[in-house]
Design a protein around this ligand. Structure first.
Ligand SMILES: Cc1cc2nc3c(=O)[nH]c(=O)nc-3n(C[C@H](O)[C@H](O)[C@H](O)COP(=O)(O)OP(=O)(O)OC[C@H]3O[C@@H](n4cnc5c(N)ncnc54)[C@H](O)[C@@H]3O)c2cc1C
Length: 304
């Protein structure tokens, strides 16, 4: 397929069979149209080459930052404070252009920022959110483990308290952006068995993130295998209000609830009940060459 026809295929047709536009506010339509235009002019013309090379399109990060949409419906701290519907529309447009770019954006804007906004102390919010809203600081969300994909509540990664530090040990799998993020939120069990979110900054000794290769989808994004070997973080790096797995679930629920139907579905495959993409991450890891021709089908599926 030639470049020209591929571009046309990816661009929005602006169809509205169910008259959804009428339900949106003027502001929501404005935000949606801005992101749609950005996708048509900036993302779609370049994304296929990144997808082929399985590389993250970092050149798009400052450009989308300039739209001031990162942080979605978070209020204050330099975040846009848009309506949850508008935040969902942003991700819907990005996912239409390229689902992998949507999750590159969402790892910071949705998963990491929502965790900090909902569960962080005032100091943690002041420290991290303003620079994440401008995407100068990128985030990552480390919940899934090699042996507990769908059953994430069974997570085994430990956070042992040692003086003024927590010492993290364990493994994570399929963690978006973890190879380059400035901060990864690692969900781990403390000495009392309660799950907390721990802010692990880039370069912390013992934290290793290795990109998973050979994916058949979401190729213009990176997911990583993480190993945590005696990773020391100060106690103040625990998200202040993350005291149990229920708090983690509240974050996941919040990132979903901003949806005009599918917000979370664009971000995290397990939630994609009607997705043409396999739900299991392991099924993405087979040699992608056999799947190559399906790229066109995925574009067709996401065309409306
Ligand atoms: C592109 C991508 C990005 C991701 N980003 C992140 C991220 O940023 N952070 C993060 O923490 N994780 C992330 N994940 C991980 C994702 O959440 C997991 O892939 C997901 O939880 C499913 O786990 P699994 O792949 O191990 O599948 P499995 O748990 O092995 O499931 C395989 C299949 O079995 C089914 N199944 C499992 N248990 C049952 C059961 N009890 N009964 C019936 N059926 C069952 C599942 O529905 C699925 O179809 C990402 C994954 C992908 C592919």
């Amino acid at each position: 397929m030639g470049t020209e026809s591929t571009q046309t295929l990816g661009q929005s047709l602006g169809t509205d069979f169910y008259l959804i536009d009428e339900l949106l506010t003027e502001e929501e339509r404005r935000i949606r149209d801005n992101v749609r235009a950005f996708c048509d002019t900036e993302v779609i013309p370049i994304i296929n080459d990144y997808w082929e090379r399985a590389e993250v399109p970092f050149e798009l990060i400052p450009k989308i930052a300039a739209l001031h949409v990162a942080g979605g419906n978070i209020q204050g701290y330099g975040c846009p404070g848009m309506s949850p519907v508008a935040a969902g529309l942003v991700e819907q447009e990005l996912a239409r252009a390229d689902a992998s770019f949507c999750i590159v954006f969402g790892a910071t804007s949705s998963l990491a920022m929502t965790s900090i906004a909902m569960l962080g102390s005032e100091e943690q919010k002041q420290r991290w959110l303003p620079r994440m809203a401008t995407l100068e600081t990128m985030g990552s969300f480390g919940l899934t483990e090699p042996n507990h994909g769908s059953d994430s509540v069974a997570l085994e990664t430990r956070a042992h308290r040692d003086g003024n530090d927590y010492v993290l040990n364990g493994a994570k799998r399929w963690i978006g952006a973890a190879t380059y993020a400035d901060v990864t939120i690692i969900w781990a069990r403390d000495d009392d068995g309660n799950v907390g979110g721990f802010l692990v900054e880039k370069g912390t000794p013992g934290f290793e993130a290795k990109a998973i290769t050979g994916k058949v989808a979401k190729r213009a994004s990176v997911q990583a295998d993480i190993t945590l070997t005696d990773v020391r973080v100060p106690v103040e790096n625990r998200l202040a209000f993350s005291r149990s797995f229920k708090d983690t679930a509240r974050v996941l629920s919040a990132t979903r609830s901003g949806s005009p139907g599918r917000r979370w579905a664009t971000l995290w495959p397990p939630m994609r009940s009607h997705s043409p993409i396999p739900r299991s991450a392991s099924s993405l890891a087979s040699p992608w060459s056999a799947f190559r021709s399906s790229r066109t089908s995925l574009l067709v599926c996401s065309r409306i």
